[in-house]
Design a protein around this ligand. Structure first.
Ligand code: FES
Length: 116
């Protein structure tokens, strides 16, 4: 029997809340599907990609406002009110270039900015 190698640690993980409390769950699903498509287009879902990104729909983050919320690890960067336009900016700026999109951040490690 041949054993598969243990998966390498993933460099980045993205979770999108989809509990229907802070945003319509259909909206979260559409954000997830768009992001999956962008990740795939860039080949970032390939197992052998050094910049692999794993994206998952999640349950509630116990914040439940300004959703859909999307958290990017490492760094625990929470983005709020994510729509298709913000998603593209977050993808290009944060996930491709490694620069946090500060204007869309709800909270992140060592920094909390609460909405009105
Ligand atoms: S459902 Fe989005 S944080 Fe609770």
């Amino acid at each position: 029997m041949t054993l598969l190698p243990f998966p390498e640690p993933l460099v980045r993980k993205v979770f999108i809340c989809n509990n229907g409390k802070c945003a319509d769950s259909q909206q979260s699903l559409e954000i997830y599907e768009t992001l999956q498509g962008m990740i795939h287009e860039q080949g970032l879902d390939r197992y052998d990609s050094p910049n692999r990104i794993k994206c998952l729909l999640s349950g509630c983050f116990d914040i439940c406002k300004n959703g859909p919320l999307m958290v990017v690890h490492p760094g625990a960067v929470y983005y709020q009110d994510v729509d298709q336009s913000k998603l593209r900016t977050i993808f290009e700026q944060h996930l491709l270039r490694g620069e946090i999109v500060e204007e869309y951040v709800y909270q992140r490690e060592n920094k909390i900015s609460l909405p009105d």
